[in-house]
Design a protein. Structure first.
Length: 131
């Protein structure tokens, strides 16, 4: 795959925002320097196509448990976002962007909502029931 395809694959597979080029390309360069991946060709517009090397496959095998744990956590994160986590992320982003514009009454009401939401989540997770 080329870098952009890797970014899109991560976004689709784990329902995360598209990783930035500023994260992906330095990571690919580092993996290439350590011999874990190699460039196998260039496509349109000089896009480099990467593949894992034997050394990379050995590294993955040696760290199989860690890789599985990371993938499992990413799958949980994907499901969290599908259960409504996206809405929470958007709401908290707006909260932080507009915080300085909120009056004391709004902050007090938000405090109640946040505390109630946290309490309800803990109760459902701990006891599997609704309040």
């Amino acid at each position: 795959m080329h870098g952009y395809a890797i970014m899109k694959e991560l976004e689709e597979r784990f329902a995360i925002p598209t990783p930035s080029a500023g994260v992906i390309y330095p990571t690919l360069a580092s993996l290439r320097r350590t011999g874990l991946i190699e460039v196998v060709g260039s496509g349109k517009r000089e896009k480099k196509t990467y593949r894992i090397t034997e050394k990379g496959l050995e590294y993955l095998k040696e760290h199989e448990g860690e890789v599985k744990e990371i993938i499992h956590k990413m799958e949980i994160y994907k499901e969290f976002r599908e259960l409504g986590g996206n809405e929470l992320v958007k709401a908290f982003r707006l909260f932080f962007e507009k915080f300085d514009e909120l009056n004391d009454d709004q902050k007090a009401e938000l405090s109640k909502v946040i505390k109630d939401c946290a309490k309800r989540i803990r109760f459902i997770v701990e006891f599997g029931e609704r309040l």
